[in-house]
Design a binder for this molecule. Structure first.
Ligand code: MLT
Length: 413
């Protein structure tokens, strides 16, 4: 008889966002007139930048002609895209990342999970709490955790609590850890990391020979040029970190699918027989074996965001979403909510009113305001009593949602 990966049986219920979708669908079916505004999953709503559309059209036309047709592309991504990334995302910020250290893929969510293929068993893994649930669930699937405890936490994971009391900054682990997941700008709290804060993590990793898995999917939302957009802006990080980046939130590619992972050549580790092994070569082997590359039109579309007009168009797109974030933050603060984030990130994190649990507030907000958000407890035990609102909507919808929330809760909070 065949066997299954029984680690999957340790997973708690379904993945957070489908669960929210299910509840909203049930509510909409029971209340077909309710004008629901969705501010739950961080999914973009505005059309793709014109430069991307034009580049993708052109690429499709190339595929229609036998002289310009292309079949399999390089698994790691076309040089035109990797070189544009290296130049604009790294060299422009004085970061020495080369095109051949960049691996183009179809999404950061997949890469965050896939990276575990090249890590061994027995690593002590540190995860922030609250956190993007993919980091936890993929470690459960990979067998890196024990069973789930009563509070919803898994054995063998080291949880770094981000609370109001520590300004949502994860503390350094109290015990030595091998792998650390960090996400900045942070999902779900919307907070951003200073250079000093990242320096602390790189120093920790250098001292303990740990690996930092740095998720920078929201870096394009940082408006202060002094703030670090990449872990590699911190000296020494190229010896301890892997960075995940995505075009999903930068250019509205959630449905188009394109991302990249940076594995520096300087990042190495000692294997059990004492040999020095490069993580770049392991990831290269994994990527070229299990992946056939993102599609040509999609990579052309992604490369177009680095053109002069593309850069302006994504700036406008992001400014639009950040205007929404300001509307949410300011409106809710006026209504008496305690709000965090939303300045360099498209998420606003708020304390639920009247001591409501995260899911109680989810139901209350849906039934009283027809607004969908994400319960903080879905991101981890330390998220209980908090709630996330996403700024990825039209401005009209955002204003309407905030007005509804202000009139429903202003007197209560
Ligand atoms: C979120 O809402 O946290 C994100 O959209 C999820 C994702 O990027 O996969």
């Amino acid at each position: 008889m065949f066997r299954i990966n029984e680690n999957f049986l340790k997973l708690q219920s379904g993945y957070l966002f489908p669960e929210i979708g299910r509840r909203v669908q049930a509510y909409a079916a029971a209340n077909p007139e309710a004008p629901i505004i969705r501010m739950g999953i961080g999914d973009v709503t505005q059309p793709l930048p014109a430069a991307c559309i034009a580049a993708m059209h052109e690429a499709v036309d190339e595929l229609a002609n036998s002289t310009t047709f292309r079949g399999y592309g390089p698994e790691q991504g076309y040089a035109f895209l990797r070189e544009a990334i290296a130049e604009h995302d790294y060299h422009a910020r004085k970061v020495n990342i080369q095109a051949d250290e960049i691996f183009v893929s179809d999404g950061s969510k997949c890469d965050c999970g896939n990276i575990l293929d090249i890590l061994g068993a027995g690593n002590r893994i540190a995860i922030c709490d609250p956190v993007y649930p993919v980091y936890v669930d993929t470690n459960v699937m990979a067998g890196n955790t024990g069973k789930v405890h009563d509070g919803g936490r898994y054995g063998n994971l080291v949880y770094l609590e981000m609370r109001e009391e520590n300004n949502f900054e994860p503390p350094l682990p109290a015990e030595p850890v091998d792998v650390i997941y960090l996400c900045y700008p942070n999902n779900p709290t919307g907070m951003v990391a200073s250079r000093e804060s990242l320096r602390r993590w790189v120093d920790y990793a250098l001292e303990h020979r740990s690996l930092i898995l740095f998720d920078a999917a929201y870096e394009a939302y940082i408006s202060d040029p002094e703030l670090p957009r990449s872990i590699f802006e911190i000296e020494g990080a190229e010896r301890v970190a892997i960075e995940f980046r995505s075009f999903s939130k930068t250019a509205g590619f959630t449905g188009v699918r394109c991302a990249f992972t940076v594995v520096p050549k300087a990042l190495d580790v000692t294997s059990s027989d004492g040999t020095t092994v490069s993580l770049h070569s392991l990831w290269h082997r994994r990527h070229t074996t299990k992946f056939n590359g993102a599609s040509y039109p999609v990579q052309r579309g992604a490369a177009a965001i680095y053109s002069t007009e593309g850069r302006q168009q994504i700036r406008d797109l992001i400014q639009g979403y950040m205007r929404n974030a300001a509307t949410i933050r300011e409106g809710l603060a006026e209504a008496g909510f305690r709000c965090f984030g939303g300045v360099h990130a498209p998420y606003v994190w708020l304390k639920t009113p009247d001591g409501m649990s995260s899911w109680e507030f989810f139901d209350d907000l849906l039934s009283r305001c027809h607004v969908v958000g994400t319960p903080g407890s879905g991101f981890g035990a330390a998220g209980e009593g908090y709630f996330r609102l996403s700024a990825f909507n039209s401005h009209t919808n955002t204003v309407q949602a905030v007005e509804r929330i202000m009139s429903a809760y202003a007197l209560k909070s």
